[in-house]
Design a protein around this ligand. Structure first.
Ligand code: HEM
Ligand code: NAG
Ligand code: NAG
Ligand code: NAG
Ligand code: NAG
Ligand code: NAG
Ligand code: NAG
Length: 250
């Protein structure tokens, strides 16, 4: 259709573009463990150099790019600020988030455990392990719970330094919830798998494959609903009730 050809160059040039233009990081830029914050810097919603990010910049970026409400943005900024090694800092750099066992934890979806080496950037081998448990085109609570359990199980079995604090556990479940309730749809708690793969592998918002900023604002309460549902869906097969008629070992 005619208009497509006419409008396309405007989109490419970013004219009247409703979102920040994507540009991969320069070698002098800073990025870190969070695929979403990396993407927001790559689009210019956050400073492209990834440094000295203050509360307002964080709240505005999360609101403009993802429709997170301001309270949720301020809540998340706290984790950024506390990860700055400078006491009482009012800003953070993206690589401050890499501090192992502060918020960064073992059993990440797309990063190897710190024990094995570089732990803060995307690792295709690890992401492939995760993707194996994404057994449908649309991720749901159960698939996300399964792949999260798999990562922690694998780490516990293979990483002699594996550990998970209470805070690390909470971040792990919350990040998995974020895939469904922020990148996906907070109501249905689902997310097209291709959106997650695109975000993780390219650190780019998946506009070009049909993703749109959510219409309805997202709150911490929305994330917590998905958080609790993931917890509920995380269960290993329980030991069966005792049945004397099938006793093998006695
Ligand atoms: C100021 C805001 C944010 C902060 C301070 C933050 C911080 C972090 C940190 C410290 C990690 C590393 C955890 C680890 O895997 O060891 C992480 C990972 C992650 N973040 Fe963020 N994050 C923020 C916003 C977001 C948002 C809005 C999303 C929405 C989708 C998101 C999605 C994720 C996901 C999916 C991971 C898991 C990566 C993996 O397991 O490989 N984050 N974030
Ligand atoms: C954040 O924005 C508010 C209102 O726009 C302003 O009052 C405040 O000084 C700003 N804070 C910083 C740290 O920029
Ligand atoms: C940090 O803030 C706390 C309380 O707000 C204060 O007691 C402390 O002295 C501050 N530390 C530095 C290094 O500014
Ligand atoms: C990715 O993680 C795997 C598994 O821990 C590891 O063998 C590989 O060396 C890592 N790749 C990079 C580039 O760090
Ligand atoms: C990851 O999986 C893709 C698709 O199955 C495959 O082409 C690629 O070689 C895998 N990469 C690694 C590092 O395992
Ligand atoms: C690893 O698995 C063992 C055996 O199930 C368990 O006792 C331990 O608590 C696990 N480690 C962590 C950090 O969860
Ligand atoms: C089944 O086995 C348990 C423990 O071995 C025993 O306490 C129980 O009485 C048995 N039940 C029956 C119906 O035999």
């Amino acid at each position: 259709m005619k208009f497509t050809g006419f409008l396309f160059p405007a989109v490419v040039l970013g004219a009247a573009c409703p979102y920040g233009t994507f540009k991969p990081e320069d070698p002098t830029d800073t990025r870190g463990v969070c695929p979403m914050l990396n993407a927001l810097s790559n689009h210019g919603f956050l400073p492209r150099n990834g440094r000295n990010i203050n509360e307002n910049q964080t709240v505005n970026a999360l609101n403009e790019a993802l429709n997170l409400d301001h309270d949720f943005g301020r809540f998340l900024f706290t984790a950024g600020r506390l990860s700055n090694p400078k006491p009482n800092a009012t800003t953070f750099d993206l690589d401050h988030l890499d501090r192992h066992n502060l918020f960064e934890h073992d059993g990440s979806l797309s990063r190897q455990d710190a024990h094995f080496g570089q732990w803060s950037r995307f690792n295709q081998t690890v992401w492939n392990w995760t993707m194996q448990y994404y057994t449908g085109d649309v991720l749901d609570v159960q698939m996300v719970a399964n792949s999260r359990a798999q990562r922690h199980m694998r780490s516990n079995l293979t990483d002699p330094a594996y550990s998970l604090s209470e805070v690390g556990y909470q971040f792990s479940v919350a990040e998995n919830a974020a895939i469904l309730s922020i990148l996906g749809d907070k109501v249905t708690q689902t997310c097209p798998k291709k959106f997650a793969d695109f975000l993780f592998t390219r650190e780019e918002l998946p506009y070009s494959i049909g993703w749109k900023k959510p219409d309805v604002p997202i709150s911490l309460t929305d994330l917590l609903r998905t958080y609790h549902d993931i917890e509920q869906a995380t269960a290993f097969p329980p030991r069966p009730a005792h049945d004397n008629s099938t006793e093998i070992f006695n």
